[in-house]
Design a protein around this ligand. Structure first.
Ligand code: ADP
Ligand code: G6P
Length: 740
């Protein structure tokens, strides 16, 4: 039976070894806590790191560790001390984590760590490949494994792979500073579905894909090789019932069942009628804004002194990544700040901040959630923040107020919280006051609507929606793959080619024989291509025609000493062996000086664009421009041109990052049809990548073999993925035996 394979750096359980005995604890962090319930309920295998290095596991403990892992439906990726240093502390937590959270000043770029990151992602891939079976669905999680989807896809192209990023995806301006940006994007694009918590992260990712690896995106879909990758936002939820029911049980608990922590909390609550508690829970991480929060609380106590001796901040900071220097500094800063404030305000019966630096069991978390009147969650940057959601879920009496940072992904869904900018102490102090004084009725209204949403969009629902989208993306892929030029179809085509009496072959140039280059002059033919073309042109009873939008001067420069048949400017010029270029279409050019100034105004306003003046057409190229600006300007230019060219027998063509104005009756379809009528061909083949080639595909007879390069809408019969595939196919043509 097919299963789901969940893969994340950390397994939901963490194992420690002391004196040959193992102890197991639950992992903290949103990913592990959230996915845990998905894993428990489903038929799944979770692959990840146990928290132990290979060096720590001895012969005597290996079996015990293995048993514990298997008991939890998990499989282990063995990480050495060196891996943990360079991959986990190094690249994951000194490079990706700070960069993706906009802490550029904390970000280091170390080649050695990058090498380790690649190696460890490959280690994960190896374990996945050991366990994956046909029909399984793979779900990769988070920033530690950005390369993994592609590593798996390379080996198992038919497996459906989902990827979810649990942290923010930064804007292009930040992401572009990252030295290995292309590799990382390509790594993620191994997935069939890529999920983010919010639409902002999704749009940042799409923008980076467009700008950095120049892929076409259509709304939230990316065409990449022979696949369509879907990108979407799925705000992660919590196991609502688990938190709600635990809080209900807590409510009904009698005195002796109470934990020590609860007893201490009660002491404060019962100390006076207006005693209140404010809760703060996070991993001790600089993204969480802990120092800011303490300072804002200090500012609050100063601004509203009437709250002194009444309100207490209960602050739980869970130790995290303590080998990374920034976390050590943060620990010191937090200790000092708490010390300072407690020193400044404490009285015999009151300390303003209760600070716990440790991990607490679930029941104690519930003690804290249920006892505090206000939760103050103020990260500087946070992918989602589940603590905010958990606090709301435990408010079984529908009271309590959530003060939440706008910079947390959760703020997008929790509008009823009091939203604050974590850097604005003034506003935080005022919102805290508002929270503490909020009438019960209003608290109820806000909590009730947030609870309704959290209950509806629980973590189970979140996972379900992700899987549904992943299965749909599989269907999209399959319908498109049915047109793919498979090896079997390739054999059939070669067979027809070989057995025909007269062959006609049309070859587009840019994007077909050579890759798309941002500088057109650099897309010159290479040695391999010359050899391939020479071999093709040498085939008996075969007419090969290079058919391109290029001008004849460029082709003369590149192929001047060859006897190739060539058509340029989409069908204006024809060059045949041992002849000069001649005009194929009767075209006018008196319009060119009139329209050129209009294109020039677009060049002035859109830096990076340029005009190419061919003999009978004008082209405005925008391949080097920011894709969003380019598409906006392209629409503008087309509107302007369409109004000007009416009644002038001109047409506006949109190619790959180019808009071209030309005489109305010229296109590759007309040119190709004209060549077709010159002899009695019984095999016709055309291959091209862009919109201008569609004329050719459309106008050639139904019996023609038409092939599109890349996965886009086309009238061609087949498609191949890229220029490499094109050359492979043409090489088979060149080598095919032909009976003379
Ligand atoms: P992050 O993923 O950055 O750590 P989140 O707020 O999204 O932040 O998730 C934190 C998760 O860790 C929550 O599900 C919370 O219940 C859990 N957690 C926080 N503190 C503790 C703790 N002391 N012990 C156990 N689990 C904790
Ligand atoms: C965040 C990340 C998780 C990570 C967790 C705990 O939630 O998104 O991927 O597991 O923090 O961090 P740690 O470094 O201890 O795994």
């Amino acid at each position: 039976m097919s299963k789901t394979i969940i893969i994340s750096n950390r397994l939901p359980l963490q194992i420690k070894i002391e004196e040959d005995e193992i102890s197991v604890s639950q992992s903290v962090g949103g990913l592990a806590t959230g996915m845990k319930s998905v894993h428990e309920d489903g038929d799944s295998l979770w692959i990840g790191w146990s928290g132990l290095t290979e060096e720590e596991i001895t012969d005597t403990t290996r079996d015990k560790v293995q048993k514990e892992i298997e008991k939890n439906k998990c499989a282990m990726v063995p990480l050495s001390e060196d891996d943990v240093d360079h991959f986990y502390y190094g690249f994951s937590n000194k490079t990706l984590w700070p960069l993706f959270h906009y802490f550029m000043e904390y970000t280091t770029f170390e080649q050695e760590n990058w090498e380790s990151y690649k190696r460890v992602n490959q280690k994960f891939a190896d374990v996945v490949l050991d366990h994956v079976e046909d029909g399984d669905t793979i779900w990769v999680h988070d920033y530690q494994l950005l390369l993994l989807p592609n590593y798996i896809k390379q080996k198992k192209p038919d497996t459906n792979i989902g990827f979810f990023l649990h942290i923010p995806f930064p804007s292009y301006e930040v992401f572009r500073t990252f030295p290995w940006r292309e590799e990382v994007l390509e790594g993620m694009l191994g997935a069939d579905l890529i999920g983010f918590h919010t639409y902002d992260y999704e749009r940042h990712f799409l923008s980076c894909v467009r700008r950095l690896i120049h892929l076409e995106t259509n709304f939230n879909e990316i065409s990449y090789d022979d696949r369509i990758i879907k990108v979407d936002s799925f705000p992660m939820g919590i196991d609502y019932d688990k938190f709600y029911n635990a809080a209900l049980a807590h409510e009904n608990m009698n005195g002796d069942e109470k934990s020590d922590i609860q007893k201490r909390l009660d002491e404060h609550l019962y100390s006076s009628d207006d005693a209140k508690m404010i809760l703060s829970i996070d991993r001790l991480d600089y993204t969480k804004g802990i120092p800011n929060r303490i300072k804002a609380f200090e500012y609050f106590l100063e601004k509203y002194p009437e709250y002194q001796q009444k309100v207490r901040l209960i602050m739980l900071a869970v130790p995290s990544r303590s080998n990374v220097p920034q976390y050590q500094l943060l620990k010191r800063e937090t200790d000092e700040l708490v010390g300072r404030i407690n020193g400044k305000f404490s009285t015999v019966s009151w300390t303003p901040v209760w600070y716990f630096y440790r991990s607490l069991p679930f029941d104690n978390l519930i003690d804290l959630y249920t006892s505090c009147d206000v939760a103050m969650i103020t990260p500087i940057r946070d992918g989602m923040n589940l603590v905010a959601k958990e606090y709301v879920a435990t408010r079984v009496k529908q009271d309590g107020v959530l003060v939440l940072s706008e910079m947390a992904g959760a703020s997008k869904e929790m509008n009823e919280a009091l939203l604050i900018n974590p850097n604005n102490f003034e506003a935080i102090a005022d919102k805290l006051k508002q929270a503490l004084e909020m009438p019960k009725e209003e608290q109820k209204e806000r909590i009730t609507s947030m609870q309704a949403r959290l209950k509806r969009y629980s973590v189970e629902k979140w996972a379900e929606e992700f899987f549904t989208a992943l299965n749909t993306s599989k269907t999209v892929r399959n319908t498109i793959v049915s047109k793919k030029l498979t090896p079997a179809l390739g054999d059939e085509i070669i067979e027809k080619y070989s057995s025909a009496k007269r062959r006609l072959v049309f070859l587009d140039y840019d994007g077909t024989l050579v890759g798309f280059n941002t500088n057109p002059q650099e897309a010159k033919p290479d040695e391999e291509l010359y050899n391939l073309l020479d071999a093709l042109y040498a085939q008996p009873d075969t007419d090969v025609i290079l058919i391109s939008g290029r001008d004849k001067e460029t082709f003369t420069k590149w192929y001047g000493d060859k006897d190739y048949t060539m058509i340029t400017e989409h069908g204006v010029w024809l060059k045949e062996p041992e002849e000069d270029w001649r005009i194929l279409e009767n075209v006018r050019k008196e319009w060119m000086p009139k329209l050129r100034p209009i294109l020039e105004t677009f060049v002035d306003r859109t830096p990076g664009t340029f005009i190419e003046e061919k003999n009978f057409s004008l082209a405005w190229h925008f391949r080097k421009v920011d894709p969003e600006l380019a598409s906006q300007r392209a629409v503008e230019l087309k509107t302007v041109l369409n109004s000007l060219i009416a009644n002038h027998h001109l047409s506006v063509l949109e190619g790959n990052k180019v808009i071209e104005i030309k005489s109305g009756n010229v296109n590759k379809g007309r040119a190709a049809s004209r060549m077709l009528t010159r002899k009695d061909y019984d095999f016709v083949f055309a291959i091209g990548d862009d919109w201008t080639d569609e004329y050719m595909f459309r106008d050639l007879p139904d019996t023609a073999v038409t092939v599109k390069v890349g996965l886009q809408k086309t009238v061609a019969k087949y498609f191949v993925q890229n220029t490499k595939e094109v050359r492979k196919l043409l090489k088979r043509f060149a080598d095919a035996p032909i009976e003379v």
